[in-house]
Design a protein around this ligand. Structure first.
Ligand SMILES: [Zn+2]
Length: 75
């Protein structure tokens, strides 16, 4: 039989672990979303002056507006 003190300690520990796992899960999910959004390459179409982005590491991309093949912007 578990006495009251042990039960309270177990309840607090399990509640703390629950919130720790929730925090870690949301943190990992947000990092994955942020990396996917931010790690993109920017392109500027010289034909139609459209600014857009494509997957990370792409050196050349086709403009979604006019279809012109454009090299990535370099800063
Ligand atoms: Zn274009």
């Amino acid at each position: 039989m578990i006495d009251l003190r042990t039960g309270v300690v177990l309840f607090c520990a399990l509640t703390g672990l629950f919130f720790l796992f929730i925090w870690l899960w949301y943190d990992r999910r947000d990092h994955a979303t942020f990396d996917a959004e931010c790690r993109r390459t920017t392109f500027h179409c010289i034909r139609c002056d459209h600014l857009y982005s494509d997957r990370q590491g792409a050196q050349v991309s086709v403009c979604p507006r006019c279809g012109h093949e454009t090299a990535r912007l370099k800063f």
